[in-house]
Design a binder for this molecule. Structure first.
Ligand code: NAD
Length: 386
């Protein structure tokens, strides 16, 4: 098979979907790998290193020749039109926000797999790109806050007097939030944490964070271990509980998400107005609507001296390690599907069927079929394809 690794079509995406290490593995499996010239430059992987690993560097994108294309981000319609029918496209394809592209991938007969749809089960941990990238975002969010805050994070006793430690409030203790707790603690801050899933409390405490009790709720967690979307009444009680913690905070990092839904609105304008000037808020949920009322995705907002940042893609700011881990995730998925040198989809395998977005001319992922085709149309398309 010929694998193609492009320079990411989004010019701000600094990560790359393969590294010399993972190219070497594909070559060991006797596949050919074409890497677009400069694909790894922003992530500090040179063309020479890819060549040494066995790749062929191509000056122009080889979308139309590849049997499989590996990407970091989604691919647009003009690229999908170029792909060979029957070829595989694998990446963080962001299907919820790219529904037209999903339809086109099906229409063009592309086998597409979205890494964000890989089930979060132990067997698929090596393929869990959401976790590898979220962990980087959590780490980078703390460093970003520390670099913009006019205060020390740790307690310092100096000849000129004692400096108290900064107080960091972290909202949402999933993968990004837990890494943010660990990083803020290493820098010496006092860390307080809010989440709504009961299982989180112990994890927060084991990292040295103080857990802020959540309002009572019948069930805040679904069967998959994810947070449920909570009603406005719950969120209002949560804001009330959090207000005094946020008023005392120097830094607030918000990471609260509910899969497939807009991010819950947790930090209100009044809460921001209650914070000290010079405080910093980093909203990692900015691209799904933001946890803070005043966040504007990809912009800096200064509200009465409180800085609110909504960086859209922090993982890309640490492109070398982000690419190293992402490339291993995508290779693990490819190796899971490869059978006698071909990508052979096994619909009975829950990892493959979970990640599979389009195949054989159809949208096959159940929740995407439901979303894009609607229930009746999805059933019709299903029976037409049987
Ligand atoms: P996420 O990005 O979907 O959400 C981040 C956090 O926001 C979650 O902890 C969630 O509970 C929290 N949240 C939602 N609404 C909130 C609110 N109103 N207030 C405060 N917090 C709120 O989560 P994620 O990082 O992708 O991880 C979610 C779950 O998946 C966790 O249980 C995690 O342990 C699990 N997980 C399992 C595996 C595995 O088994 N392979 C791998 C990774 C993650």
């Amino acid at each position: 098979m010929l694998f193609f690794i492009p320079r990411e079509p989004d010019a701000r995406e600094r990560r790359v979907a393969a590294t010399p290490e993972t190219v070497g593995r594909l070559v060991e499996h006797e596949h050919a790998v074409a890497v677009e010239a400069g694909a790894g430059t922003e992530a500090a992987f040179t063309d020479e290193a890819f060549t040494a690993a066995g790749a062929q560097i191509v000056a122009a994108a080889a979308w139309d020749e590849a049997d499989a294309v590996l990407t970091v981000g989604p691919i647009g319609p003009e690229i999908i039109e170029q792909l060979k029918t029957g070829c595989a496209a694998i990446g963080l394809l962001d299907p919820y926000s790219h529904q037209e592209e999903v339809k086109l991938l099906a229409k063009r007969g592309i086998t597409s797999l979205a890494l964000e749809l890989v089930p979060r089960i132990t067997r698929a941990q090596t393929m869990d790109a959401l976790s590898s990238q979220a962990s980087i975002a959590g780490y980078k969010a703390v460093l970003l806050a520390a670099s913009r805050l006019g205060r020390y994070f740790p307690l310092l006793m100096t000849a000129a007097g004692t400096v108290p430690p900064s107080k960091v409030v972290i909202i949402g203790a999933g993968v990004a939030g837990l890494q943010a707790i660990a990083t803020a603690k290493r820098l010496g801050a006092v860390v307080e944490v809010s989440d709504i899933r009961p299982a989180v409390k112990e994890q927060v405490q084991s990292l040295g964070g103080r857990y802020i009790e959540a309002p009572e709720a019948e069930a805040a967690e679904d069967e998959g271990g994810y947070a449920k979307e909570m009603g406005e009444d719950f969120l209002a009680r949560q804001r009330e509980l959090l207000a005094r913690h946020i008023a005392a905070a120097d830094v607030v990092i918000t990471t609260a998400q509910v899969p497939g839904r807009p991010a819950p609105r947790i930090v209100s304008r009044e809460m921001i107005e209650g914070m000290k000037p010079g405080s910093v808020v980093i909203d990692l949920a900015a691209s799904s609507g933001g946890n803070c009322e005043l966040t504007r995705a990809d912009e800096e907002v200064n509200h009465d001296g409180v800085l609110i940042l909504g960086p859209p893609n922090l993982a890309a700011t640490m492109a070398h390690d982000a690419s190293t881990l992402y490339a291993r995730n995508i290779l693990a998925l490819v190796e899971h599907i490869l059978d006698e040198g071909k990508l052979a989809i096994d619909a009975a395998d829950d990892v493959q069927s979970g990640a599979l977005l389009t195949h054989g001319g159809e949208i096959v992922n159940p929740s995407m079929r439901q979303l894009i085709l609607g229930e009746a149309a999805a059933e019709n398309q299903g029976s037409a394809g049987d």
